[in-house]
Design a binder for this molecule. Structure first.
Ligand SMILES: C[S@@+](CC[C@H](N)C(=O)[O-])C[C@H]1O[C@@H](n2cnc3c(N)ncnc32)[C@H](O)[C@@H]1O
Length: 284
């Protein structure tokens, strides 16, 4: 029997261990398209393996903003099943390392990466983004998408990002932000259902980065675009009902559906929104 979660991190890990988007579900969709799993490419996977908003189109915008080329070693902070890491490596021929603290996600990421034969370029590490298992100044570019809402200590997180980035390197991320001061009930419901913790404002992220000597190169409010994407995403999760119920049971489907509907309502009412932030670490 799985042990009961004891900390915030445990609940986030359990949330992703029982997530409607998962390796089995992705491979079932691929097979339903009549494709052979043995001959897959990252182009085939990309329709299903991106667990962020706006799919590869939004990822490309972020990667362009970060200026990723084949010469860079990129770290994807909170890399999930590795969809963004593989996409970037496939198109830009760069080395990518993914870091995630949900072991089931890391293992799926490794298997899917082997399947599409990108394992020479793309590696995955198991670890916490607030205590990264990397030496200082290892990476040219750090990316992150739709993950930091789960991390309570944003200050430690951004400090770790700046530590592992080379001098002159780029930190480029999108995340969920509070567009207004959230009332305690809404905050609690998001924490209970979506396992958020201390959702930041866009300005808080700017403050954290600049306090560590970073220079913000661009800051885009992407709330309006996400509002549309998230309403579509709710329908997409509902379309996964059968696979979610078969793998995790009807109670988990209902629990997720309730939590996600409330989450999407928060974007529709503009209580939550999105930011795309690109910052540079100073040269020594
Ligand atoms: C919504 S998924 C995003 C995955 C990936 N960025 C993508 O776009 O496909 C969020 C991921 O963040 C990871 N995560 C949350 N908190 C973390 C932490 N403190 N350290 C490492 N990973 C974390 C979760 O395990 C999960 O895989």
């Amino acid at each position: 029997m799985p042990k009961a979660p004891t900390s915030h991190s445990d609940t986030v890990i359990e949330f992703y261990d029982t997530h409607p988007i998962n390796e089995d579900e992705i491979l079932q969709k691929i097979q339903a398209q009549g494709k052979s799993v043995e001959q897959l490419t990252q182009i085939d996977l990309a329709e299903f393996d991106q667990d962020h908003y706006g799919g590869t189109a939004f990822l490309d915008v972020l990667a362009d903003a970060a200026g990723i080329t084949e010469h860079h070693h990129v770290l994807d902070v909170c890399s999930g099943m590795g969809g963004p890491a593989r996409w970037i490596a496939h198109w830009r021929s760069c080395r990518v390392t993914g870091l995630d603290f949900t072991l089931s996600r890391v293992e799926s990421a490794r298997r899917l990466t082997q399947l599409v034969k990108l394992d020479a370029l793309v590696k995955f590490a198991h670890g916490d983004a607030t205590d990264m298992p990397f030496d200082a100044e290892q990476f040219d570019i750090l990316l992150a998408q739709e993950s930091w809402l789960h991390i309570a200590d944003k200050s430690k997180l951004v400090a770790e990002c700046m530590r592992v980035l080379k001098p002159g390197g780029t930190l480029a991320f999108t995340d969920i932000v509070a567009n207004v001061k959230l009332d305690p009930q809404t905050e609690q419901r998001l924490a209970d259902g979506m396992h958020t913790a201390n959702i930041a404002t866009a300005d808080e992220y700017v403050r954290l980065v600049t306090a560590l000597g970073g220079t913000v190169v661009s800051q885009d409010d992407i709330s309006a675009q996400w509002r549309v994407v998230l309403q579509d995403r709710l329908q997409m999760f509902r379309s996964l009902r059968d696979t979610t119920v078969a793998k995790f049971g009807v109670d988990r489907f209902t629990e997720y559906d309730n939590a996600y509907s409330h989450y999407v309502d928060c974007f529709v009412s503009n209580n939550l929104g999105g930011v795309r932030l690109v910052a540079k670490k100073p040269l020594d």
